[in-house]
Design a protein around this ligand. Structure first.
Ligand SMILES: N[C@@H](CCC[C@H](N)C(=O)O)C(=O)O
Length: 289
C-alpha cells in the first residue's frame, strides 16, 4: 500500500564536478523561498536526508529564461554558485524551462549566461571585484598567512602553497574555518581556497565553503578566484584548468585588461560537467525536523 503524505516535492539531484545540488522547479511557488531555511538545511543533511552542498529553486522571471534562489546546505542564501549555475542551466534545458541551449538567468550577483554542450556547461560570470593581493593574517599558526582576495560572485580568499605535498596535507577544515570566521572578513565571511600552481594553465585547488562549513569536492567560484588571482600575480594565463578535489577539472577563461590598475578582469567564463544523478520526491516526514 502506498503511504499518503500531505506534501511531495519533486526534485532532481545533480552534481557539478563533485559539488552536489538538489534542484526544484518552483515556478508554481510550492516552496516559500523567503522562508525555507529549515527545509533546506533539513534536506541537505547527509545520511538523515537527501544530502547536498546546496539547494536551488528555479522560478519565473519576466526578462530572462528563469531566475534562481540558491541556498547553501546550512539554509543561508548565497549570491552566486558557479557549479550550481551550470547544473541549474542544464536542468532548465532538460525540463524545457529554457527552450534553447543558450540561455540567461537571474541570480543575486547578476545575470548569468549559459551554453549547454551535452553534459558540459559553460557559463559567463558577472564581473569579479574587490581584488586584494598579498595581505597577511594570523590564522592560529606560527606565522601569518599570505592571502589573496577576490569576489567572483561570492567572496573568496586564496592561499597559495609551495608543492603537491603541502596541498595534500593542508588542514583545509581547521584553517578554512578559522579564516572563514576571521574578523577581517566579517560580517559576510568568506570561502577559503588552498591552491597549488603547477604551470600557467594548470592549478590544483581545495576549498572550504562558507555555508557548507566543510571542504567540498569542487567550487566553481573558488576555482575562478584561484585562476584570477594567480593571473593577477603573473602566475597564470587563460585558459586555466583547475583540478578540484573530486579529480574533475574546471576550465576558466578570462581576459585581463592591462590598461587598468588595479587589475581588471573581463569576460570570465567557467566550463565543466553538470550531471543528473537521479530524480525523486521529498516526502513531508523528512522535510522539517
Ligand atoms: N559551490 C559554489 C559556491 C556556493 C556559495 C558559497 N558556499 C558561498 O556561500 O559563498 C560554487 O561552485 O561556486
Amino acid at each position: 500500500m502506498e503511504i499518503q503524505f500531505e506534501r511531495r516535492i519533486h526534485f532532481t539531484k545533480m552534481t557539478g564536478s563533485g559539488n552536489d545540488f538538489i534542484i526544484i522547479d518552483n515556478r508554481d511557488q510550492l516552496i516559500d523561498a523567503d522562508n525555507c531555511r529549515g527545509l533546506v538545511s533539513s534536506v541537505c543533511r547527509r545520511k538523515l536526508s537527501v544530502g547536498a552542498d546546496g539547494l536551488i529553486l528555479i522560478e519565473n522571471d519576466p526578462e530572462v529564461d528563469f531566475k534562481w534562489r540558491f541556498f547553501n546546505a546550512d539554509g543561508g542564501e548565497a549570491e552566486m554558485c558557479g557549479n550550481g549555475a551550470r547544473c541549474a542551466a542544464r536542468f532548465a534545458y532538460l525540463k524545457g524551462i529554457a527552450s534553447k541551449p543558450s540561455m540567461a538567468f537571474r541570480t543575486i550577483a547578476g545575470i548569468i549566461e549559459a551554453e549547454i554542450k551535452n553534459e558540459r556547461v559553460k557559463i559567463r560570470m558577472t564581473p569579479p571585484h574587490s581584488l586584494k593581493l598579498d595581505f597577511f593574517l594570523e590564522a592560529g599558526g606560527t606565522k601569518p598567512f599570505c592571502l589573496q582576495f577576490i569576489n567572483t560572485g561570492v567572496p573568496h580568499v586564496v592561499h597559495f602553497v609551495e608543492d603537491d605535498a603541502a596541498l595534500d596535507s593542508a588542514d583545509v577544515f581547521n584553517l578554512g574555518r578559522t579564516l572563514r570566521y576571521h574578523s577581517h572578513f566579517q560580517p559576510a565571511g568568506t570561502n577559503v581556497n588552498f591552491a597549488r600552481v603547477h604551470a600557467p594553465h594548470s592549478i590544483s585547488v581545495r576549498t572550504y565553503e562558507r555555508g557548507v562549513e566543510d571542504e567540498t569536492l569542487a567550487c566553481g567560484t573558488g576555482s575562478i578566484a584561484v585562476a584570477l588571482v594567480a593571473s593577477a600575480k603573473g602566475l597564470a594565463a587563460s585558459p586555466v584548468d583547475v583540478k578540484t578535489r573530486s579529480g574533475e577539472t574546471l576550465t576558466i577563461y578570462f581576459e585581463k585588461s592591462s590598461n587598468h590598475d588595479p587589475v581588471d578582469f573581463r569576460e570570465v567564463y567557467l566550463e565543466g560537467d553538470a550531471k543528473v544523478v537521479y530524480e525523486a520526491e521529498l516526502w513531508d516526514e523528512t522535510l522539517i525536523q
